[in-house]
Write a protein that binds this ligand. Structure first.
Ligand code: TA6
Length: 296
């Protein structure tokens, strides 16, 4: 039990709970091999930095930290739908999970790493939402020389349910115009701007707004940042969809919480189960989607 909050677990010295931007509760993590920050709003990883490297997770300087507004950058947890809700125009983009206050259920040292477990269960608000089902989501964040994220969803209701999910990760790059994403060659994709596209044999490169959905793709990907030589490898389990996104100039300028020139410093490689790859859970069943980021 912690003196700070009777519901909190005992915290190891490597984890501090404090107040971050906008007065929001934040967990600051100091593992021997890496540091991180996770806002309890949305269980939102907003920073991760291996001790021998530079920041890997990107956050916008313009991000808002206000109720009802998702943080811009980091790792938004998108659940139980992806992007706009298919039938309810009033429903928030990418679901309610990233707007909800998650509970820090566990925090412990694990060798050189630190493990935190955040939990979100159905509330009056979610039961009144476009997805009113009972559920428990457990999100395990492992911080160290690598960053590992695992989202486990359990159907605690009596009906079979379907949902979409995404760890919508913003990765920091020195220059998007010298960045490429490999691992998706040979996979057909849908470009949200121009529709279904045939597989390509070349890496994904960026010279315009890029918003690609790869379905039935379990491949690991690597983001190569030629300007610095850094490679970020994204390895996933339990995920059949990958999204690659950069807003480029016009869309960046159109977003109030995204600096007009910030598009050059980020790329989203998102670990998902969306559209045809949505998850179906019978009563009592669980599903886990996980992803690991390593830097070379
Ligand atoms: O990740 C792709 C995407 O669906 C883009 O179309 C863009 O809308 C992005 O997500 C950000 O969505 P948000 O609701 O966070 O502004």
């Amino acid at each position: 039990m912690s003196a700070i909050d009777p519901h909190l677990p005992e915290l190891p010295s490597s984890v501090e709970l404090g107040i971050g931007q906008g007065g929001l509760a934040v967990a600051r993590v100091f593992a021997r091999t890496g540091t991180a920050e996770i806002y309890l709003r949305g269980a939102h990883v907003s920073a991760w930095e291996p001790t021998d490297g530079s920041p890997v997770i990107w956050m916008s300087e313009q991000s808002e930290y206000a109720p009802g507004v998702p943080l811009r950058g980091g790792v938004p947890v998108c659940f139980p739908w992806f992007a706009a809700h298919p039938t309810d125009a009033t429903a928030p983009s990418h679901g309610f999970a990233r707007l909800a206050d998650w509970h820090l259920a566990e925090a412990r040292d694990a060798g050189d790493d630190v493990v935190l477990v955040f939990v979100l269960t159905d509330t009056e608000a979610t039961r009144a939402s476009a997805w009113p089902h009972p559920f428990e989501a457990r999100y395990t964040v492992t911080v160290g020389a690598e960053l590992s994220l695992a989202l486990q969803v359990t159907n605690t209701g009596s009906l079979t349910v379907g949902f979409e999910e995404a760890l919508h990760t913003y990765l920091a790059v020195a220059d998007i115009r010298q960045t490429e994403v490999t691992g998706l060659e040979g996979a057909p994709f849908t470009d949200r701007l121009t529709g279904p596209r045939p597989a390509e044999t070349t890496p994904v490169r960026f010279d315009a707004e890029t918003d690609r959905i790869y379905l039935n793709s379990t491949a690991a990907t690597t983001v190569t940042d030629a300007a610095t030589g850094r490679r970020i490898t994204v390895t996933k389990q339990g995920s059949a969809s990958t999204v690659v996104w950069n807003p480029w100039i016009d869309k960046a300028a159109a977003m109030a919480d995204f600096g007009d020139t910030e598009y050059t410093g980020m790329v989203c490689v998102e670990t998902c189960n969306i559209r045809d790859n949505a998850v179906t859970l019978t009563p009592g069943a669980s599903h886990e989607m996980s992803v690991r980021y390593s830097v070379a």
